[in-house]
Design a protein around this ligand. Structure first.
Ligand SMILES: *[C@@H]1O[C@H](CO)[C@@H](O)[C@H](O)[C@H]1NC(C)=O
Ligand SMILES: *[C@@H]1O[C@H](CO)[C@@H](O)[C@H](O)[C@H]1NC(C)=O
Ligand SMILES: *[C@@H]1O[C@H](CO)[C@@H](O)[C@H](O)[C@H]1NC(C)=O
Ligand SMILES: *[C@@H]1O[C@H](CO)[C@@H](O)[C@H](O)[C@H]1NC(C)=O
Length: 404
């Protein structure tokens, strides 16, 4: 039994620091020029820095427990995101070992996971049903379309899951291929898989913040090694526009370990915002994203979705323990909230064009049994943040298909 769930991603940070892409200037670069003057400066900066850290503390990312309220609103409208996980013997929906687009680190069975109960859960909204996955019907619906996922590794997982689900309906597996022949890696910026016989592509753009990585203004403090321009969308954003289905996420990189500790600070209007909190920066970035969608995307053609934050299941006194359970942590009295997800909901609700929030935060919160744990390609780094495939991301895609 997990006594505490942490809403943070410490293990994820640790394993991904090596993958830090954007702020890639070596943190040790300054050691080359280390001399008495700079070491003195360094000490002063460290003191100032520590002071600033204290006062720009990120809001505590703790879980708030809430009594679940009924999913049906007064008009009897179904809430797809309020439900339970039910056992289904027909699950899982695919075998990751037969899907070349399920990355090795998410294929838990192939990496030695022995218990198989975690593969058998289907998401069931309380007051309605998600249509059974009928691969033939979905493949036809997607004919001629362009589906684009944008975000971090959780977005890549959904991309992989969608391809694997759909490949179960394709006889000639060689007719499904990555357009540039590229392999899936953690840092790859673009992947596009084409379903030749159905004339559609499912693409992934890695953009962990959605906004642009900027330069360091002159006369910035030494600790500033790169910046995030909160008022400008990622430079590859023009590639996302001309699509039929556009699915975004961001959130897991908006924390001290991936930002300030890597020398990454925020910039608005060309000016450094050293004291800005991650939550307020996150809100600003999402508003930039929202006005980009409003101005650049033809929402008559493109169906836009924003998927909410995924809680992790780190436990223990420092949140460094990853204990994957055999069964979902099922307690119908609990629902989990995240500050990120609440901000997403608020910003999307405020938009002048139709965008759907995929509020997957509560459903994932039950699945302490569905994380990668030590069954990845690197068992020495436990992972209580990412999900095994097949698994939870398949449910996100089934919900997505139900909108089509
Ligand atoms: C559930 O929502 C309804 C309407 O929004 C409200 O009247 C009711 O008090 C809520 N129940 C609980 C237990 O929060
Ligand atoms: C999945 O496929 C692999 C390779 O074809 C096979 O060895 C394995 O038994 C399959 N696993 C399941 C659970 O069917
Ligand atoms: C494939 O889809 C594109 C985009 O919808 C369309 O323009 C093209 O005619 C289709 N090609 C075939 C061979 O159906
Ligand atoms: C909602 O929109 C208004 C007007 O465009 C803006 O001033 C406000 O900041 C927005 N609120 C959020 C939460 O995005």
């Amino acid at each position: 039994m997990l006594n505490r769930i942490y809403w943070t991603y410490p293990g994820y940070f640790r394993s991904s620091i090596a993958n830090w892409l954007h702020c890639k200037r070596s943190p040790f670069r300054s050691l080359n020029r280390f001399n008495v003057v700079s070491s003195g400066l360094f000490i002063v900066l460290t003191i100032i820095c520590g002071y600033i850290y204290l006062y720009e503390a990120v809001p505590p990312l703790t879980l708030e427990e809430n009594t679940i309220n009924n999913s049906q609103d007064s008009n009897g409208v179904c809430d797809l995101y309020d439900g339970t996980w039910v056992l289904d013997e027909t699950y899982p929906l695919y075998n990751a070992s037969q899907c070349p687009f399920a990355e090795t680190s998410f294929n838990c069975l192939a990496n030695g996971r022995k218990d198989k109960g975690y593969l058998k859960w289907r998401w069931k909204p309380n007051n309605c049903d998600i249509p059974r996955f009928n691969v033939g019907v979905i493949l036809e619906k997607l004919r001629g379309k362009r589906i684009v996922f944008v975000g971090d590794s959780l977005s890549r997982t959904q991309w992989e899951s969608m391809i694997c689900l759909l490949m179960t309906g394709v006889e000639d597996k060689t007719s499904v291929y990555e357009v540039n022949g590229n392999k899936i890696t953690k840092k790859i910026r673009y992947l596009g898989v084409r379903f030749q016989s159905y004339n559609f592509t499912i693409e992934f753009y890695r953009s962990v913040f959605l906004v642009k990585i900027g330069s360091v203004p002159k006369r910035s403090p030494k600790r500033v090694r790169s910046t995030i321009k909160l008022d400008e969308l990622d430079s590859i954003s023009s590639k996302w526009i001309d699509s039929d289905i556009l699915v975004f996420n961001t959130g897991h990189w908006w924390n001290r370990a991936k930002l300030f500790e890597m020398g990454c600070y925020f910039k608005v209007g060309g000016r450094l915002k050293l004291g800005m909190s991650t939550m307020s920066a996150y809100t600003t970035a999402l508003q930039t994203w929202a006005s980009w969608v409003e101005n650049m995307v033809d929402t008559d053609r493109t169906r836009v979705f924003f998927r909410t934050f995924e809680g992790s299941h780190w436990s223990g006194p420092n949140g460094h323990t990853c204990k994957v359970t055999e069964k979902p942590m099922y307690n119908s009295k609990m629902e989990y909230r995240s500050h990120f997800s609440e901000i997403i909901k608020r910003v999307v609700k405020n938009m002048s064009v139709p965008v759907d929030t995929m509020y997957v935060t509560p459903m994932g919160s039950y699945r302490s049994d569905a994380h990668v744990g030590t069954w990845s390609d690197n068992p020495t780094v436990p992972d209580c943040s990412h999900w095994c495939l097949p698994g939870v991301p398949d449910a996100w895609n089934q919900i997505l298909f139900s909108y089509l």
